[in-house]
Design a binder for this molecule. Sequence first.
Ligand code: ATP
Length: 300
Amino acid sequence: LIQLYIPLNFLGVLYREIRQALTDIERMFGLMGTHREVADAPDAQPLARGAADVRFDHVGFAYDPARKILHDVDFAIPAGHTVAVVGHSGSGKSTLARLLFRFYDVQGGAVRINGQDIRQLTQDSLRAAIGIVPQDTVLFNDTLFYNIQYGRPDASRDEVEAAARAAQLESFIERLPDGWETRVGERGLKLSGGEKQRVAIARTLLKNPDILIFDEATSALDSQTEKAIQAQLDAAARGRTTLVIAHRLSTVMNADEIIVLDQGHIVERGHHTDLLARGGAYARMWQLQQQEEATAAAEA
Ligand code: ATP
């Protein structure tokens, strides 16, 4: 019986991992219920690991041919730099992340990494090189240790603990009566939004990707938590090519470049201070957000 049990148990674990990996990614990309549209090219090559220059090369894209979502979107994220994309809801920000992860293929132009069209790469190697910190992290019904180690299932205990320390989770975990063995998820301890994001950061640090996508949470974290998370994200982004999908402008001030999208067109680009001085779309969004924050602070 034991001979049967071991492979079955292994299959169970494997199934759980695959299911959960899909759940995380689908949630991040809002793809629940949609099918995968891309396949590996017959001569697809693995992406070489290391410094990654990302380029959206005159990208055009539509989910439905009748409604174009991205128009001639052209920008680069040099290796190790951070580019933040801002714009109103529906302007196409998350679509850029979906295209970089190759959930869909572009219809015009190309997405390139180190000059290589990602359609010529194996999907496994592409996805192994990209880490995602999603808006809303999915936790398994399992221990905190398992939930962090999930970033790289073969990571050692020391590596998992180091990642938790870097994400500033360690002291939180050590204060829990069951520590690392605390069960979380639907049937366990409920973590706050900030704690969940720290779990996502720790997972990403373990995965050690060359490219990082950070989909900023829309739900407001309190400003102290937000600042702390921002510092940990800045640390995680160091040395990696990072695409930030930003909902709050206060978090993009230090990006190397800010791209302003409006209905799928890049309407402005530059550093925070340059864009404010320009007095255009970005400056208007900034003023609006300042007013909203002042009103919220007055009401609190
Ligand atoms: P938000 O800030 O609200 O997250 P966004 O700028 O990230 O918005 P996207 O999610 O990129 O916007 O969506 C851009 C447009 O594409 C929207 O009009 C949306 O309705 C449409 N869209 C997104 N996903 C799909 C899909 N799977 N099928 C068809 N249309 C889609």
